[in-house]
Design a protein around this ligand. Structure first.
Ligand SMILES: [Zn+2]
Ligand SMILES: [Zn+2]
Length: 210
């Protein structure tokens, strides 16, 4: 899979020029260079360990794993020489192994847009399909009128309105996305505070958006 039709041609043309003209490897046609680059980009996995060289590679399990925002595996990034795929939930025989291609703590808009931009699909996993993100409420806003929970009405639709379960007030997708961006900035400033990550429980991440 290379998603050639989805990928912009500008970067690929630069690569074709680099390989064929500057490196003088014109035995490779532009088409084959674009195809190989696409296959590498979509199917390889980056492995970056603090203090060690960064690399990309085809991995026997992880490169074949589909994405899920509620993935059942993680990449263990503690060893610079090996990528270790570890189960993070009980995985039954025959069950698909999934991992998260981006960051699991990203908000709904940012997370789904990153997947669309990098892997060319709108995620429809169990978490993205759930207005409450499977009860985590990680993307739920708090209503400024009644303090009720405000969630997307059609979570797989990026243009979906958000509705308050209490007073039924509505937010447009654009308003909800703006709040996500504001609150992401606030969260990121918390992340940077020394000791915050160690002292936080999962519920500490819950977004009290008002
Ligand atoms: Zn998802
Ligand atoms: Zn309300």
């Amino acid at each position: 899979m290379d998603h050639g039709e989805d990928r912009g041609e500008r970067d690929q043309d630069h690569l074709v020029d680099l390989i064929r003209r500057r490196w003088k490897q014109d035995q490779f046609s532009p088409e084959i260079i674009r195809r190989v680059e696409g296959i590498l980009d979509i199917n390889t996995v980056e492995h970056r360990v603090p203090g060690a060289e960064s690399a990309r590679g085809f991995l026997p399990i992880t490169s074949l794993a589909s994405h899920s925002c509620a993935s059942n595996s993680i990449k263990d990034k503690t060893n610079p020489k090996f990528v270790i795929t570890r189960a993070r939930t009980k995985i039954l025989k025959g069950e698909e192994i999934t991992f998260h291609y981006t960051g699991g703590l990203k908000g709904r808009f940012m997370r789904r847009k990153a997947l669309k931009a990098g892997w060319f699909f709108w995620c429809s996993c169990s978490r993205c399909s759930s207005p409450s993100e499977q009860g985590s409420e990680i993307n739920t806003l708090i209503c400024s009128s009644c303090s009720g929970l405000v969630r997307p009405v059609s979570p797989l639709d990026q243009e979906s309105i958000y509705s308050c379960e209490g007073c039924k007030d509505e937010l447009s997708a654009k308003e909800a996305e703006n709040r996500e961006q504001e609150l992401t900035k606030q969260l990121e400033s918390f992340y940077r505070k020394k000791g915050f990550l160690r002292s936080s429980s999962w519920m500490g991440w819950r977004r009290a958006w008002s």
